[in-house]
Design a protein around this ligand. Structure first.
Ligand code: PFF
Length: 472
């Protein structure tokens, strides 16, 4: 079986693929907005702490479980930790499935805004247009939403179909450098804009008075989401790693790149917003508003972004590429489970999984007014309140359940597996060898994975259950 499994062709290929999974809508869509909502500075500092103290050790744990067993989430946990732990892997597969079902819809919006802004670039921006209205109309147009999501699903399936080397790694190698280049170009442009000083101060000047308990928990929850942890994605990617690759070094690079990109994206967005003086509008339109309402408008506003009409479509290419390198890792979690545990060949497994996920993507795509049954879907009563915070629509319920329940509980189980069930010999032999960088201290890792991470995650779970905190 292991002979048929793909392997990354090189360390760089693996690092790019895993970084591609981590960098996604979480960095461009969620992080800037929650930073905004939580007043920057102190929140960013807490987030960085969560990334270092919880995210990095769990990244190493997931990769080591995958590499040790050379199996995807379910098989890996069964073999490394014990047969009963297969359920944790299955929980992860289900989480990947659910997340993919609605992530694709937001990814589809980036395609829409690419075409829209490209059209405005050529034909000029119609001054009377209300971007809020453009957004609402496109998201309520069921046929359009289905078309966009289908296009994005086909792109995702086409990558995973060709496997680890010829699909995932190849696309990551091609797209990640383009993504970095576009982001760098946008960053340099933003430095030339007058709002950049104010934006930097907002993001990096901590004022602890603004911080509350909810902000700390939100930072921790987002650390999981942004690093693709808690659902076996990194176990799966780790299963294609070769023995001579350093898990410690790779984890550090992935975590660092993901964090830098989230900060760079935030600097760019805030610079544009401060330059145009649109702080109030952003606060009113929420997460969606910042990426799909305020920004397109600002790219075309007179004297805000230099060459804005050219950079606008480029920006949505960036969003689409970042989303694709994440959706392909989500589909890989589901597909590799079907391949490994049910012995179905990759091509067939990819088509089967892609089609099944798409059934639910249909519900997510129609959740914004496209069809009333999807928009008004809800689970009534106390169960609905506890698990879905009374949200209506498949999109709202799935997003809430994944962020608040699936990722934290999956993450907690994986942390306990790696810290308390896996023996010291096993984890040490995977993490420490001649490739390990000198700054790494195994005992410190063990302390973080046994104590710091599980306690921190337990706090989240308790907060969700007893205090009704919402991370979605
Ligand atoms: N890390 C991705 C983001 O920040 O958008 C989301 C994600 C992708 C989570 C893949 C989990 C995953 F397996």
């Amino acid at each position: 079986m292991s002979e048929q499994r793909g392997n990354w062709t090189s360390n760089a290929g693996f690092i790019l693929a895993a970084t591609g999974s981590a960098i996604g809508l979480g960095n461009l869509w969620k992080f800037p907005f929650i930073t905004w909502e939580n007043n920057g500075g102190a929140f960013v500092l807490v987030y960085l702490l969560c990334i270092a103290a919880v995210g990095l050790p769990i990244m190493m744990a997931e990769l080591l479980i995958g590499r040790r067993t050379q199996k995807s989430a379910v098989g890996a946990l069964k073999e490394a930790v014990g047969p009963a732990w297969g359920f944790v892997g299955l929980w992860g597969v289900l989480c990947g499935f659910t997340l993919l079902s609605y992530y694709t819809v937001i990814a589809g919006w980036s395609l829409f805004f690419f075409f829209k802004t490209a059209g405005w670039m050529v034909g000029g921006f119609p001054e009377s247009t209300s971007l809020g209205q453009v957004f609402t109309e496109q998201s309520a147009n069921g046929g359009l939403q289905l078309g966009l999501s289908l296009a994005f699903s086909i792109a995702t399936v086409s990558v995973v179909y060709f496997g680890v080397q010829k699909g995932i790694e190849k696309i990551a190698r091609l797209f990640l450098p383009i993504l970095f280049a576009i982001l760098l170009l946008l960053l340099f442009t933003s430095f030339a804009m007058e709002g950049s000083g104010e934006a930097m101060a907002f993001i990096f000047r901590p004022s602890f008075g603004e911080l509350d308990r909810g902000s700390i928990l939100e930072a921790l929850g987002h650390a999981f989401f942004t690093l693709s942890l808690g659902m076996g994605a990194m176990i799966t990617y780790g299963s294609y790693m070769a023995k001579h690759q350093s898990i410690v070094k790779a984890s550090a690079i992935i975590v660092l790149l993901d964090t830098v990109i989230a900060l760079v994206a935030t600097i760019i967005m805030f610079t544009v917003i401060f330059t145009a003086g649109l702080q109030d509008q952003v606060s009113d339109t929420g997460t969606v508003g910042m990426l799909f309402i305020s920004l397109p408008q600002l790219f075309f506003a007179e004297g805000v972004v230099p060459f804005g009409h050219i950079l606008a479509p480029l920006f949505y290419v960036l969003v689409a590429l970042a989303a694709l390198t994440s959706t392909m890792s989500l589909l890989e979690v589901v597909t590799s489970y079907v391949i490994d545990e049910h012995g179905i060949p990759r091509q067939k497994a990819t088509l089967m999984c892609g089609a099944t996920v798409f059934m639910f993507t249909i519900l997510a795509a129609l959740s914004f007014g496209g069809a009333s049954f999807a928009t008004n879907l809800s689970v009534p009563g106390p169960i609905g309140d506890l698990f879905f915070a009374g949200k209506t629509s498949w999109f709202g319920m799935a997003d809430h359940f994944v962020s608040n329940w699936m990722l934290p509980t999956g993450g907690l189980a994986i942390t306990i597996a790696a810290g308390w069930v896996l023996t010291r010999e096993v984890s040490e032999s995977e993490l420490v060898d001649e490739t390990t960088p000198s700054w790494f201290n195994y005992s410190a890792w063990r302390f973080f994975i046994r104590y710091v991470a599980p306690v921190a995650i337990s706090v989240i779970v308790v907060a969700v259950i007893f205090f009704g905190v919402d991370f979605s």
